[in-house]
Write a protein that binds this ligand. Structure first.
Ligand SMILES: [Zn+2]
Length: 470
């Protein structure tokens, strides 16, 4: 179970931030002044779903205490074990347009079987299909007393006004740095993980006010029960400001050696998502400075836009490395629309002529991309005579590349070290891990590790191989 789920608050007092919302809901529960529908709006990872679940639990708790659930009664226990059929959670983002959501909502008319209230928690409600919205509206017009709807959305403007007007609306806010830090320190203590101040600051800065992001990043950075900033820099290749400045300058001047810089960071085990995020923040700050001095250029803004799109794609595509390289290639192959103004004060570099760009990837990796990616590659005007073949049967296996991919997926140091000490070979369809001791075999051969090992093979385009541990 992820740390975020493990540390989901069990009562309102443990909910991080959102003090006003928390107090209002607790008072409403104490005074039994509940409404039929609630709408929780705005940023991701700020506690909307957690609050919705707490509300559902507390209004059904058999002996609530001061607006909090008792955590002991039958209902609280069954809720915790997710056994309550009358609390219905729907993620509209993953079920949009599916007819049975409409039917599920229509069934709200029937009384609950066990609890006082039947509660519908609909996450990302703006994604509901038209039919589902109509069914919802029909019930909200005359809500049965036994039904409560808790709707959550990150895009309120996409929710029909007719629905919004029938809900009590709560606008969630980004969580403050202090609250995020406190929560991380609390989790660190419980999990017996030591974390230093610069790491805490780093995680807080990168969380964008979303506790979920902060906890996920925290979890990703743990190495042997420790998070230290020295480790973050060394093991994940997080990058210093002067390096980011040099990358930005190369992107502006369309200097193709930027690809080599990034590839060498990849070899050193850089976490590409973090790298790109850092780079985007750095460029954003620089551009904001340029705007103040009337120096911002369209090129710099469009460069930032391309990087931002690339970061979005990296969230869904398996091959982070390729996605990043494609994004960078797009930038350095774009025709300039005017003079590029160097923004780094010490820079006297003139824009270089448009470079010849070579895509260095092996065909096998390209074959794992979606057709959209391949189209992206063709859209880049490059001189690359890259052979793009979709049915190549040649592949090579490189342990270092594999281990880098594993690290990127969050493999713990213990696993990568065990792999290094095992002997690794391949046949047509397997990667064979020959362990030296029985202990090594048991420590590698866990369900979680197998999943990681398989995903890492997929991420380097070798999904046809399966893992054999001996
Ligand atoms: Zn209870």
């Amino acid at each position: 179970m992820s740390l975020y789920l493990k540390y989901r608050p069990r009562d309102f007092d443990n909910l991080v931030g959102q003090a006003f919302i928390k107090d209002t809901l607790k008072t409403a529960i104490k005074q039994d002044k509940l409404v039929g529908a609630y709408l929780f709006c705005w940023p991701r990872g700020t506690g909307k779903t957690s609050t919705a679940r707490l509300l559902a639990k507390t209004i059904n708790c058999l002996q609530p205490k001061e607006g909090n659930p008792c955590l002991e009664c039958d209902i609280c226990t069954q809720f915790q074990e997710e056994r309550l059929v009358d609390i219905i959670e729907i993620d509209a983002a993953s079920h949009t347009g599916v007819d049975n959501i409409r039917e599920i909502i229509e069934r709200a008319q029937f009384a609950p079987t066990k609890t006082k209230y039947k509660v519908y928690i609909i996450d990302e409600v703006h994604m509901l299909s038209k039919g589902a919205f109509n069914a919802l509206l029909k019930i909200l017009e005359e809500p049965p007393k036994h039904v409560k709807f808790i709707l959550a959305t990150t895009e309120t403007h996409k929710v029909p006004e007719t629905i919004i007007s029938r809900c009590q609306r709560y606008d969630f806010k980004s969580i403050s740095d202090t609250d995020i830090k406190e929560r991380l320190q609390f989790i660190a203590k419980k999990e017996e993980i030591t974390i230093d101040e610069p790491s805490l600051q780093y995680i807080t800065k990168h969380s964008g006010g979303a506790l979920r992001n902060a906890i996920n990043l925290f979890e990703q950075l743990i190495i042997d029960n420790e998070i230290s900033y020295t480790n973050i820099e060394a093991n994940l290749g997080l990058l210093q400001e002067d390096f980011l400045a040099s990358i930005y300058k190369k992107l502006q001047t369309k200097d193709a050696s930027v690809i080599e810089d990034i590839e060498s960071s990849i070899k050193n085990g850089a976490n590409l998502k973090l790298f790109l995020k850092d780079l985007i923040w750095y460029i954003k700050d620089s551009i904001l400075g340029e705007v103040k001095n009337w120096k911002a250029t369209k090129e710099n803004i469009s460069l930032l836009e391309t990087l931002h799109e690339t970061a979005g794609k990296m969230k869904t595509y398996h091959d982070e490395e390729m996605t990043l390289i494609i994004g960078i290639l797009k930038i350095i192959s774009e025709e300039g629309r005017g003079e590029v103004i160097p923004t780094v004060p010490t820079s006297h570099t003139q824009p270089k002529p448009k470079p010849e760009i070579t895509i260095k990837k092996e065909p096998k990796e390209i074959a794992t991309l979606s057709s959209g990616d391949i189209q992206d590659i063709f859209e880049i005007e490059t001189s690359a005579a890259t052979p793009i073949s979709e049915n190549t049967s040649t592949w090579t296996f490189d342990t270092d590349t594999w281990i880098t991919a594993l690290k990127k997926l969050g493999a713990k140091a213990g696993l990568t070290m065990s792999l290094r000490s095992a002997s690794i070979s391949t046949d047509e369809v397997h990667v064979i891990i020959q362990c030296k001791t029985g202990f090594a075999k048991t420590s590698i051969d866990t369900e979680e590790n197998r999943l990681l090992l398989t995903s890492s093979l997929e991420s380097i385009g070798l999904s046809h191989l399966s893992i054999k541990i001996q």
